[in-house]
Design a protein around this ligand. Structure first.
Ligand code: 13P
Length: 257
């Protein structure tokens, strides 16, 4: 049986103009020339999806790079100024990050909204990259497990067992994002196990093999191999290091056994 490919996701966040993003995409492609054994997804700002989608259609050689949005609206259309809907994104991207902690914290996004976003994404053929994770206070208070379980329970409330295999879960402890301190290997394995067990409980035994669970938070060229080799780790969600083509390529290549 072929092992499932590891998933490397670059979250560019609020960085780079379209011109800069186009150069970055080409540099990543160039650095990884011929590499074909990982699923590579980049999530640029929404304004970049259309031009980068066009660039990627013209790049015929490996690696295949896929696109994800960083967010979608919890509405499909209508009077929602400033929003971008799943229906608009689906022709340009295959995935969307949903419920990133920066959206939860800075923009007050609630689990109810995230539940709707996950359902709308799936309905319109976008694969959600659902982010969950606790903050430092919650970890210190011994509440990390409960926080993540509560997020999963609510955010996946409208997902069926058949749909679950389209969802990538990203465990991103908030205290590890952008801090240069990645979670300890034992902490990551513990949380990945917790998440997988919770999915099996809610969705049945198949979820133990079909669910795709990745880690995010200060992943870089140095720690990528360690993290990717952890028990139950299907990939990584990379912020800062995904803006540096050589470093991002090193992370992708760390998926090689
Ligand atoms: P950093 O890799 O910069 O810590 O960001 C992680 C992240 O938030 C990815 O979504």
């Amino acid at each position: 049986m072929n092992l499932p490919r590891k998933i490397i996701i670059g979250n560019w966040k609020l960085n780079d103009t379209v011109a800069e993003g186009t150069v970055l995409l080409h540099k990543i492609h160039q650095e990884l020339k011929g590499f074909s054994t990982a699923t590579i997804i980049v999530c640029p700002p929404a304004t970049h999806l259309y031009p980068l989608h066009r660039e990627l259609t013209s790049l015929k050689s490996e690696p295949k790079i896929e696109l994800g949005a960083q967010n979608i609206s919890d509405f499909e259309s209508g009077a929602h100024t400033g929003e971008v809907s799943a229906i608009m994104v689906r022709d340009l991207a295959k995935y969307s990050i949903i419920g990133h902690s920066e959206r939860r914290t800075h923009y007050g996004e609630t689990d109810d909204q995230i539940t709707r976003k996950v359902a709308i994404a799936l309905e319109h053929g976008l694969q959600p990259i659902l982010c969950v994770g606790e903050n430092l206070q919650q970890r210190h208070d011994g509440k990390a497990h409960q926080v993540v379980l509560d997020q999963l329970n609510t955010d996946l409330a409208d997902v069926t067992a058949a749909e679950l295999k389209k969802v990538i879960i990203a465990y991103e402890p908030i205290w590890a994002i952008g801090t240069g301190t990645f979670a300890k290997p034992a902490e990551i394995e513990d949380m990945l196990r917790l998440i997988r067990n919770a999915l099996v409980q809610s969705f049945g035994q198949l979820a133990s093999t079909e669910s795709r669970i990745v880690y995010g938070g200060s992943v870089d060229a140095e720690n990528a191999k360690t993290i990717l080799n952890l028990q139950g780790c299907d990939g990584v969600l990379v912020g800062g290091a995904s803006l540096k083509p050589k470093e991002f390529a090193t992370i992708v290549r760390a998926t090689d056994k």
